[in-house]
Write a protein that binds this ligand. Structure first.
Ligand code: FES
Length: 92
């Protein structure tokens, strides 16, 4: 799995989340969208009509292109902080 994080940044405690059944290392304080991008996951869902790939666009809660299922609830990845044991499903 890719890791596009900047190594020189000091991070908080490590947590493990599951994205589409794969365990991913993340760090407390990171948004889910940043973890997904850092892990090379860019397509989060498909558009409802044309089924085209969608990923985070604005990163600040406006576009809703980052909707994923977090612990069974549809939420914006950019507005969600990772927590240990979080289970995420994409519609990609
Ligand atoms: S990236 Fe736009 S709402 Fe999350």
């Amino acid at each position: 799995m890719e890791n596009l994080r900047i190594n020189s940044i000091e991070r908080k405690n490590e947590v493990v989340i599951s994205i589409d059944g794969k365990n991913i290392i993340a760090y407390e304080g990171e948004s889910l969208l940043s973890v997904m991008i850092a892990s090379g996951i860019k397509t989060l869902r498909k558009s409802s009509v044309l089924k085209e790939p969608r990923g985070g666009l604005c990163g600040m809660g406006v576009c809703y292109d980052c909707l994923v299922i977090i612990n069974g609830v549809s939420q914006r990845a950019c507005m969600s902080y990772v927590k240990n044991g979080m289970e995420i499903k994409t519609d990609a």
